[in-house]
Design a protein around this ligand. Structure first.
Ligand code: DGY
Length: 345
């Protein structure tokens, strides 16, 4: 096996970096980590490289492929999302794409549940009151900061995108809801890119697996019926801005929305407006369109019923280590012409 050049856009931690440096390959790491490398650094260093480890801030597109030249065999992203990658351009050049599915499911699912609970239980308003020394002088009061709960009869859990992470979220939710055997048990509706011919049997499988009714619906029904709506789909041309003014105007006034997918799936100004106008009860978002340029005066950040986090869904020690190792293993396998542990085909 010949010595290849591998570019790493950010220090990925001791174990993953150890794996890379223990290989016989030349490893070029951006020295300014944890900041993202300037584009000029990437374009300069990718010349003649066989593999590159990128993160969400690093676009893997035609420009990068042209700068790399014919030596490039693999792009390995330290993420499960791949909207920063021009998959078609990679495919046209026969460059393989490694990503990091599964290892972050638990972390993102936990955070999704946390945001749903924080939104329902008005955690941001409660914390604001305490932080501003405004603890109500009524002491305890019967209706202070009340909100919806998971144990509501006939709760409808909605999912925009129903992949692996959504399944992990649903399993967690079902431990908070009325049991499946209850006459008012919750039901689950979801939508994904299109209804498949075999959708009824897929839904029957899901229903068996989760013990509650699970059904594919059109996005209008998803908006209308969901009490808790979880956004967990890929960002692409068909999902960009899908949760916009019209979608939000169809939602229940008592509903909560959580976005742990990509900011651009939800029009954040429309979401802030819907919350301002009481068209939606509350929201929790880990991602915001236009991030990382989200300041304290952003309408969602200012909205008392919206919990905003800075894209930390997978930020547990275990998950990030798993992602780093998978990213390193993918790039090594790619430059060595072996099967990638996790390849996006
Ligand atoms: C991903 O991997 O795509 C996530 O957004 C990181 O948490």
């Amino acid at each position: 096996m010949s010595r290849a050049k591998i570019v790493v856009c950010r220090d990925m931690g001791e174990k993953a970096m150890g794996l890379l440096t223990a290989s016989d390959h030349e490893v070029v790491v951006f020295p300014g980590s944890p900041d993202p490398p300037p584009r000029s650094w990437v374009l300069e260093n990718i010349k003649g490289a066989a593999g590159i480890c990128v993160m969400m801030a690093d676009k893997a597109n035609q420009e990068l492929l042209d700068a790399a030249g014919p030596s490039l065999k693999v792009v390995s992203t330290f993420s499960v999302g791949h909207d920063h990658i021009d998959v078609n351009a990679l495919q046209a050049r026969d460059v393989r794409l490694g990503y990091t599915p599964d290892v972050l499911n638990d972390a993102v699912a936990d955070l999704t549940v946390m945001l749903a609970l924080m939104a329902m239980r008005r955690a941001k308003e409660g914390m604001d009151i305490v932080h501003k020394s405004q603890w109500p002088q009524t002491h305890w009061s019967p209706f202070l900061l009340t909100g919806p709960s998971f144990s509501r009869p006939k709760l409808t859990l909605g999912f925009l995108g129903f992949g692996r992470i959504s399944h992990s979220v649903l399993s967690r939710f079902l431990s908070f809801t009325l049991p499946a055997s209850h006459p008012d048990a919750p039901k689950v509706i979801y939508t994904s890119s299109h209804r498949r011919p075999e959708q009824d049997s897929i839904d029957a499988e899901y229903t068996k697996r989760f013990g509650v009714e699970v059904k594919w619906v059109e996005k209008e029904e998803l908006a209308r019926e969901s009490d808790v709506l979880i956004v967990l789909c890929n960002l692409n041309e068909s999902t960009k801005g899908i949760v916009g003014k019209e979608f939000l105007s169809n939602m229940k006034e008592t509903a909560v929305l959580v976005n742990t997918a990509r900011g651009a799936v939800v029009d954040s100004h429309a979401l802030a407006e819907a919350l301002d106008q009481g068209k939606l009860f509350a929201a929790g978002v880990d991602v915001v369109d236009g991030e990382p340029n989200v300041k304290a005066d952003h309408p969602l950040v200012k909205q008392p019923r919206c919990v905003v986090l800075p894209h930390v869904g997978s930020a547990t020690w275990d998950s990030r280590e798993g992602m780093a190792l998978l990213c390193a293993k993918n790039v090594l396998a790619g430059v060595q012409g072996e099967e990638l542990p996790a390849e996006l085909k």
